[in-house]
Design a protein around this ligand. Structure first.
Ligand SMILES: CC(C)(COP(=O)(O)OP(=O)(O)OC[C@H]1O[C@@H](n2cnc3c(N)ncnc32)[C@H](O)[C@@H]1OP(=O)(O)O)[C@@H](O)C(=O)NCCC(=O)NCCS
Length: 253
């Protein structure tokens, strides 16, 4: 069984030796945050009071719609996994803000959500913490990479032909955000505290965390393309490999 990154790289040796843990299975669900008003109204009813409060505090109708659909669809997908009704799922939040299923959930799974404009991506893994990020590939201020990334990453981007710089910058950005969202530390940790690969001809990987390469080797990064003009990456600790499945959600009962 071999699993490949979106660019076709072998991402792990999937053959589990006897007694060795099997590779993690990661599902990446992609869905749109656009729907008709009656459907959105129905989705609102399955949100928790806390989520409805957040919707009420959003100023723009588009932001309300996106939040409702992102969270209702996430509940529906998770509900199928854990055998609960979407409205009965209870979430907790880590001190740094990472949502997780309440400990009393019958079949706890790890998950992480990312949304960008009208697109959402939800990563689910039963056996390991996972992080996911999607971003629109767009122009950024001069000096952006040097401000947020490591010196090596910024140098590598600057050395590329101009037309290749933005895709490389967003490969770097989504991989880093996915890593930070897997650890749950979010932006608190600092994007320059670890280094990722970003060249188009190099497999996605964490190169070093702090000064060390050893812990970095246990991490697995995976690139995917959520939609035209968007970059996406998922991350998890997976010394024995992982198999990624992309699922597109169009409708759900
Ligand atoms: C919140 C954060 C984890 C990601 O934010 P983001 O990339 O803007 O947003 P995403 O859509 O990818 O993720 C948001 C979701 O992540 C989840 N999340 C929130 N805090 C989290 C954390 N600490 N760890 C993991 N997931 C988290 C939530 O489900 C959230 O969805 P919700 O707000 O609808 O409840 C945080 O890292 C952040 O604020 N990043 C800012 C990025 C930035 O400024 N980058 C600079 C240049 S690279």
């Amino acid at each position: 069984m071999t699993s490949r990154g979106s660019a076709g790289y072998p991402i792990a040796d999937q053959a589990a030796a006897p007694g060795q843990a099997p590779p993690h299975a990661v599902e990446i669900w992609l869905y749109s945050l656009i729907d008709e008003e009656p459907a959105v109204d129905a989705m609102r009813t399955i949100l928790s009071e806390h989520e409805r409060d957040r919707v009420d505090r959003l100023a723009h109708q588009d932001h309300k719609r996106r939040y409702i659909i992102a969270h209702a669809r996430m509940r529906q997908i998770l509900a199928r996994k854990i055998g609960r009704r979407p409205e009965d799922i209870a979430f907790c939040v880590s001190p740094d803000g990472k949502p997780f299923l309440a400990p009393e959930t019958p079949k706890p799974v790890h998950f992480n959500l990312s949304h960008c404009a009208d697109n959402a991506a939800l990563a689910i893994c039963e056996t390991a913490e996972v992080g996911i990020d999607i971003e629109a590939i767009r122009s950024v201020r001069d000096g952006f990479a040097r401000r947020f990334f490591t010196t090596q990453e910024a140098d590598e981007i600057d050395a590329l032909p101009e037309g290749e710089q933005l895709p490389a910058l967003f490969r770097c950005w989504t991989r880093k955000e996915a890593f930070l969202k897997a650890t749950g530390e979010g932006i608190r940790r600092g994007l320059a505290s670890f280094q990722v690969s970003l060249a188009a001809d190099e497999p996605p990987r964490v190169i070093a965390i702090g000064d060390g390469e050893k812990a970095a080797r246990d991490w697995l990064l995976y690139d995917f393309s959520p939609a035209d003009g968007l970059a996406g990456a998922a991350a998890l600790i997976a010394p024995h490999g992982a198999e990624f499945t992309i699922r597109e959600l169009h409708t759900i009962d």
